[in-house]
Design a binder for this molecule. Structure first.
Ligand SMILES: Nc1ncnc2c1ncn2[C@@H]1O[C@H](COP(=O)(O)OP(=O)(O)O)[C@@H](O)[C@H]1O
Ligand SMILES: [Mg+2]
Length: 251
């Protein structure tokens, strides 16, 4: 579904992403892990069009999307959540969802045109997703007034509302307690069962190992391992990247 070929993004002398080859297959949950600063968020930003690549290409459903704007990529079916939650805090919960639905149906221009459409009709479109996110009872609250875990749920269903078939989740478990992570685990599985393809960037290893079909590991912008959760867990390169490796230094 998505193929990154020799993808690089440098910031001055920093090779945030360095000749990355990565494939996300339709219908899978692919984990992308790596220590802090290893290039995970930059990879998401390259896929979503926040950054242009320094080199390399991005193929989505067979088309090269490297020249597409961020909005064009959303319209093609790529949606994301942010490491730091970004919602329309001053809009009701339901309207956050509705906005994503309208962009999917009629683009950003359509959203502007329909902004003042009948609220009851607009709100009605969001009921199923509100229920899916267990947010029906919070529909009319301002998004900024939701509890933290609820805001994360809203971000997730907003990504679903955009109609995307590829969801990029950037550290969705960050700041969550064990119960919330359990709930997130179930939701990610439900999305997969509903046919979504998921790229999960996450620090929380229990979640990643439990929910992912495959995992790719980054270190200093490069892919150092890829495989099933147990293959990756047993890989000495991965252990060295996380624990720090002194074994290559002269005694
Ligand atoms: N906009 C930017 N300008 C300069 N350096 C950046 C920028 N974004 C990321 N970096 C650097 O690129 C590297 C990878 O960052 P990032 O992709 O955020 O890592 P991760 O998400 O894996 O923690 C880090 O060294 C970071 O400081
Ligand atoms: Mg990050």
């Amino acid at each position: 579904m998505l193929k990154l070929e020799n993808l690089s993004r440098h910031f001055g002398g920093i090779r945030a992403v360095d000749q990355l080859n990565l494939e996300v297959h339709a219908g899978e949950i692919l984990g992308l892990i790596g220590p802090n600063g290893s290039g995970k968020s930059t990879t998401v930003n390259l896929i979503t069009g926040v950054y242009a690549p320094t080199a390399g290409s991005l193929i989505f459903k067979g088309a090269n999307i490297a020249g597409d704007s961020a909005n064009q990529r959303i319209e093609r079916g790529i949606a994301r959540t942010f490491q730091n939650i970004r919602l329309f805090n001053n809009l009701p919960v339901w309207k956050n969802i509705w906005a994503a639905q309208v962009v999917r149906e009629s683009g950003w221009q359509g959203l502007k045109q329909r902004w003042f459409a009948s609220a009851s009709e607009a709100r009605g479109k969001t009921l199923d997703l509100l229920a899916f996110g267990d947010l029906s009872h919070k529909a009319d609250l301002l998004a900024g007034n939701l509890a933290f875990g609820e805001q994360r749920r809203l971000e997730l269903i907003r990504a679903v509302a955009s109609g995307a078939d590829l969801l990029l989740l950037d550290e969705p478990a960050a700041g969550m307690n064990a119960e919330e992570i359990d709930d997130l685990n179930q939701r990610i599985r439900q999305l997969k069962n509903a046919g979504k393809t998921i790229l999960l960037i996450e620090h929380h290893m229990e979640l990643v190992m439990d929910v992912c079909d495959r995992i790719a590991v980054l270190n200093f912008g490069q892919k150092i391992a890829e495989g099933t959760p147990s293959e990756v867990q047993d890989d000495p390169h991965v252990q060295a990247a996380y624990l720090g490796d002194d074994s290559t230094e002269p005694a």
